[in-house]
Design a protein. Sequence first.
Length: 386
Amino acid sequence: MNPRERFAEGQRLYDAGDYAGADRVLAEVESTLRGTPAVQPVLRARGLVSLRLDDPAQALRHYEEALRLAPDDPEIHYRLALYHLARGDYLRGFAEYEWRLRRAEGTPLAESFAALPSWNGERLDGQPLLIHAEQGLGDALQFARFLPLAADRSGAAPLYLAVHTPLMSLLAASFPTVTVLDRGAAIPPDVRQCPLLSLPQRLGVILATLPAHVPYLAIPDAVPFSAPAFPDHLKIGIVWRAKDAQGPGRERSASLEAFRPLLDSSHSIEWISLQKEPTPDEQAFLAAHQIENASSRCDDFLAAACIVQGLDLVISVDTAMVHLAGALGKRVWVLVPKWSDWRWLLGRTESPWYPTARLFRQDREGDWSGPMVAMRDRLFQGETLS
C-alpha cells in the first residue's frame, strides 16, 4: 500500500461525503505510518472525519494525539480551537484560535501590521491602539462589539480600527469615539496592534461574559430608512448564497429555488432580495415572483443597514447579512448547515451572540427542505415578529 495514494483516496472519499469510507481508509494509513512523524497529518484528518461521523470524543483523541506528536503545528491548534469554540469553551477555544495567524492556509497578518508591537490586553495609558479586521465582513461586524471593552481595558488614546472599505461609514457612525481607517491606509505612528478576532482572547471573554446587547450598530439620523412599498405588509429580506458558493461557502449556500416553500405560501408579505450579485437566472426568478432586488441599493453596509432597518425580518444563510441584522437588533432567521461554523455552537436554536436570532438547522447535509418548512410553519402559523 502506498500511504500517500491511500491518504489521497481518503480525502477524495471525504470530499464526496463518504465519511465512513474515508475513516476506514485513513485508519489503514494510520496503522501503516504509526510510530513515524508522517502519521500526524493522518490523525489530524481522522479528527475531522470523526466529527462528520458524530463522534466528537474520538475526534478529540485524534487531535490530542496529533498535538502530542507536533506540539507547534498551527493547523492542529486551529482544529482544536474550532472544536472547543463550537462547544462553548471560549477560554480554551480563543486561546487556541491565536494559532490561526500562523497557519500556512490561513490569513496571516499583513506585513504592515505584523511588524508592529502587539497589544495583549495590558493598559496602555494613552498610547494609541490599532485594531485591524483580518478576516471577512461578517467577522468584522460580529466582533466590532468588543471595541468599547478594548477601549476601556487599554486606556488607548486614540483607538483606531482598520476595516474593509464597505464597512467604514457604518462602523464610524456606530462607534464615534473610534477612528475608522481603511485597511490599506497609512498606519498611525507609535501604535500597538491587535487583530480584531483576537479581542475575546485579549479581554478574557467566556461564553457567560459575552457582550450580547443589541443594537450595537447605529444609523445616523440624517440617513433615511428604505420606504416600504406596501406599509401594511410584513417586509422580509432574504439571502440564499454565500459569496464563495463554489468554494468554502458551498455548504453554507442554498438556492433561490429552495426558498419556494416560503415564497409560494406567502400572504401579505413583501419580499426583498438582499442577495449580492444575483445571477441573470436569479434576477428573472425575482421578477417573476415580484420580489424586489435591493442589491443595487446596497452600495456599502450603511446603505444595506438602512434597508434592513426597515424590515420586519431577515432570513439568510450564514453571511455578513446575518451579522448586520443581528447587530442592528433586527429579527433574523439563520439557515445553518449540518456542519456549521463554530459561532453557531451545536444543537441550539438561539444564539448567545444575537438575542434576536433564531437558528434553523439542517438535519441532512445539503438538504434545506427541513429548515424551510420549519420557517414556513412558524411564519404562517402565528409566529410573532413584533
